[in-house]
Design a protein around this ligand. Structure first.
Ligand SMILES: [Zn+2]
Length: 276
């Protein structure tokens, strides 16, 4: 069923596991994520970035995910990842999103607070939770990260009313290997707020660090890069093995199976399996 992300993340926060938030931009990845969640009896968040929305079209992408979610046996939330404008948030709410992230972390703190507050008011009016970002998670080769300053946490959470808080602890978007997390900083942030914390750029973070993060307040973990790598590697493998294969359905069935395997593994690491 299609549900809000609020309850599933709060429950994970209370029991010290995490909900996987997996990015999709198409039918195949969406089906693989839901199949994995069903196999592992896990709640799941399906995430769409502005780039994915631009690629597939908002209405089309939302319709695919909502349809697959509604017929699923597990709770599925439809999430906007890194919404940068209030107008995109409005469009997503109109299209039935059940979870929103507004990312004002590219702006100065004060501006981030004002915009995030507005985003929260918009989503709460529709009974949809809103995630904000404090500090900044950079993107490999594109923008620099700024660690979350613990001195800003209490004020930001109170002023904005965010339901979840994305924190910057040293991981980055788009890396996919050997990323260190500042667990001491996370522990400090976690001692300041009861709001569930969110780990982005987690594809390259070692399993043991993810587990440490979950015992320090991380209750939602975002995975994108790993999925894209698995998709591409799997497709390359199929086409290299069988150079005459020309049926997209045959190719993509193998790709979906490999993505499902990856997501199931992540769900077990996050500890959200067998919670349904
Ligand atoms: Zn992110």
């Amino acid at each position: 069923m299609l549900v809000s992300s609020k309850q599933m993340v709060l429950e994970a926060r209370a029991k010290k596991y995490a909900i996987g938030c997996f990015n999709t931009s198409d039918l195949e990845i969406t089906k693989a994520i839901i199949a994995a969640a069903e196999a592992q009896k896990s709640p799941v968040i399906i995430s769409t970035s502005p780039k994915a929305i631009e690629y597939a079209g908002l209405k089309t992408l939302a319709a695919i995910i909502k349809e697959e979610a509604q017929k699923s046996k597990v709770p599925v939330a439809l999430h906007l990842d890194h919404g940068l404008t209030l107008s995109l948030i409005e469009s997503c709410l109109e299209n039935g999103y059940t979870s929103i992230m507004f990312d004002g972390s590219g702006s100065e703190l004060e501006h981030n607070e004002i915009l995030t507050r507005q985003a929260v008011e918009m989503t709460h009016a529709e009974d949809v939770p809103c995630e904000g970002e404090l500090g900044h998670l950079g993107k490999a080769g594109k923008s620099k990260s700024r660690l979350t300053d613990p001195n800003d946490v209490i004020d930001f959470v109170q002023k904005t009313g965010v339901d979840f808080l994305a924190v910057s602890l040293g991981s980055e978007h788009g890396i996919g290997e050997n990323e260190a997390l500042d667990i001491k900083l996370l522990g400090k942030i976690n001692s300041l707020t009861g709001v569930p914390l969110v780990l982005h750029g987690a594809s390259g973070v070692a399993d043991k660090n993810i587990k440490e993060a979950m015992s320090n307040g991380i209750a939602k973990v975002n995975i994108d890069t790993d999925i894209r790598h698995t998709f591409s590697d799997s497709m390359r493998q199929v086409l290299t093995k069988n150079t005459r294969e020309n049926d997209p359905r045959e190719i993509l069935t193998k790709v979906m199976a490999d993505i499902q395997k990856l997501i199931e593994k992540k769900i077990r690491i996050f500890g959200s399996d067998h919670k349904i």
